[in-house]
Design a protein around this ligand. Structure first.
Ligand SMILES: [Zn+2]
Length: 531
């Protein structure tokens, strides 16, 4: 049997390759053959040494091959019965990949493609990809002057004034919601002694993703990848009784986690990020009510931010776990109850919970149909005991509290990336990073423009004045590209009538409004709908 020669392929070849596929489709069935690993004849292979290496690394036992026509390959399967079942296919891109992720080894070419059972579905998917390209948060982030990245700090965001304003708006909004829901905000150190991470188990389980630092006194510290151990230290201050529970501790905690540079992707995958983290310390009897409250809060906040389409993923006990079964029963029943009461679409992932407790993942569906896993709610029957947390119960006995880990956005950085793409940069007024830009039509009206801007700011609406020397059309184009929702144009007419002329984003119409009326109208829009 002849070996296939390696061929180079570039993006420009994909179209031709895509056209070839229809000629290859036929009804010849895929045949599966099982061979004992000891009896494999390696000369059988058509695509070279990598497959032989792969084969040698496989465990002893039966190995499966698939053949179609005169082509045979090592493959685990399963396959569709034959290639005539493929109705629509599109090769999308290529990328270099090192064999087994090792940059000293050969570089292979990975070809990305998609297939759908109907042409209609493929067309829909390609339209979605086109739309996603237009909404790419890295492109919009630049146009809107929100943030940038640099080689000197891979995966860490340099927030610009407007991006940071958006970031702070989300935090302030969350603060208000959490305060009303009885959370207590704290702040814990970013750098903690190695010994604490050893005790919590992170050093062993998570060590390779942690940044460490050795100080001149030869102590080793780690930069926190999570806030949980810090929050237990706060809980451990002072004797706690059942009357202190549930204790809801929250922090906008900056964490650092090492990710390979190839995995980084704008705001969506970073190495340094801010979690909207909270840990709820409660008794076993409080698990159900706390889970319900957390779920309701999360869903309500998503709704405020424009995500009504949420899917829940519930995962229960894995085989290897800590904690007594009766506590698992309670924790699982509580989470499942919260899932069911939400009346949302959900899936049950059997056995996929963490070793320390069951969890719910909250998946948001965005404006163009993509799913993003953001929030989590996890019951933890392990860490509080490991880090010596306890409270005195009604009967005077010492008990270990249950801890719920909860995040809504997950990472604020990533959530902002999702928000940008969901809205294509055109945010609802209340979270727009810069809400108004005042444009005087000539220098003569600069003073009036500055005065209007001050009034708007004092009403809690963000505002800036464009005093540059460019013409009006240029300014309108520029600020529209930056997706500023309201451009307020000021000239003689506006000065005389103490008004502004409003030009809304994506509209060619202009409307004149008295300043007082403007402040009244837009102050009312300057908050989340639930407020
Ligand atoms: Zn946690």
């Amino acid at each position: 049997m002849k070996k296939i020669e390696h061929i180079g392929i570039a993006v420009k070849d994909l179209k031709a390759a895509n056209n070839l596929y229809s000629k290859l489709l036929n009804t010849a069935p895929y045949k599966m053959e099982e061979v004992d690993s000891e009896n494999v004849n390696t000369s059988f292979f058509q695509i070279g040494e990598s497959k032989i290496e792969l084969l040698e690394g496989l465990e002893d036992g039966n190995i499966t091959f698939y053949s179609q026509g005169n082509f045979t390959d090592l493959c685990k399967g399963p396959h569709i019965p034959n290639t005539s079942k493929i109705k629509a296919i599109k090769l999308l891109n290529i990328a270099g990949a090192y064999w087994r992720g090792d940059e000293k080894r050969n570089q292979l070419t990975r070809i990305y493609g998609v297939s759908f059972p109907k042409q209609k579905d493929l067309t829909k998917h390609l339209e979605m990809l086109e739309e996603a390209k237009k909404r790419d948060h890295r492109k919009l982030g630049k146009e809107m002057d929100l943030f940038h990245f640099r080689e000197e700090s891979p995966g860490s965001v340099f927030w610009h004034e407007r991006g940071w304003a958006l970031f702070q708006k989300l935090i302030n909004y969350m603060r208000g919601r959490q305060d009303a829901a009885g959370y207590k905000e704290v702040n814990t150190p970013e750098i903690l002694d190695r010994q604490l991470w050893e005790k919590s188990g992170h050093w062993e389980k998570y060590g390779e993703n942690m940044y460490t630092s050795e100080t001149p006194d030869e102590k080793v510290f780690a930069i926190k990848p999570m806030n949980c151990p810090g929050h237990i230290q706060v809980f451990n201050q002072g004797l706690k009784s059942y009357r202190d529970l549930p204790l809801r501790i929250t922090e906008f905690g900056k964490v650092h986690r090492y990710e390979p540079s190839g995995a980084l992707h704008g705001l969506l995958r970073v190495r340094a990020f801010t979690q909207d983290d909270a840990h709820i310390f409660c008794s076993e009897d409080q698990i159900t009510s706390e889970c319900l409250e957390v779920t309701n809060l999360i869903l309500d906040i998503y709704k405020d931010l424009g995500f009504e389409n949420v899917i829940l993923k519930y995962a229960d006990r894995p085989e290897v776990r800590v904690g007594e079964d009766k506590v698992w029963d309670k924790a699982e029943a509580s989470l499942l109850k919260a899932v069911k009461e939400s009346k949302l679409e959900y899936s049950i992932n059997k056995g996929e919970g963490a070793f320390y407790g069951p969890k719910i993942e909250f998946v948001l569906r965005d404006a163009i149909g993509r799913d993003w896993q953001c929030g989590t709610l996890q019951v933890d029957l392990n860490l509080p005991g490991r880090l010596d947390a306890s409270y005195v119960d009604k009967d005077g006995t010492k008990k270990v509290p249950v801890m719920l880990h909860r995040a809504l956005f997950g990472s604020l950085e990533r959530f902002i990336g999702i928000l940008i793409e969901n809205y294509a940069g055109k945010f609802p007024f209340w979270i727009s990073p810069l809400q108004t830009m005042i444009i005087p039509i000539s220098e003569e009206f600069n003073d009036y423009a500055v005065e209007v801007s001050k009034k708007i700011k004092s009403a809690g609406i963000s505002s800036s004045v464009d005093l540059k020397n460019n013409n009006l059309n240029y300014k309108i184009r520029d600020h529209s590209l930056a997706k500023i929702p309201l451009l307020l144009i000021c000239g003689k007419k506006e000065v005389d009538s103490n008004s502004v002329t409003i030009r809304r984003l994506d509209s060619n119409k202009q409307e004149n409004m008295d300043i007082d009326q403007f402040l009244k109208t837009f102050s009312a829009l300057n908050k989340a709908s639930s407020n």
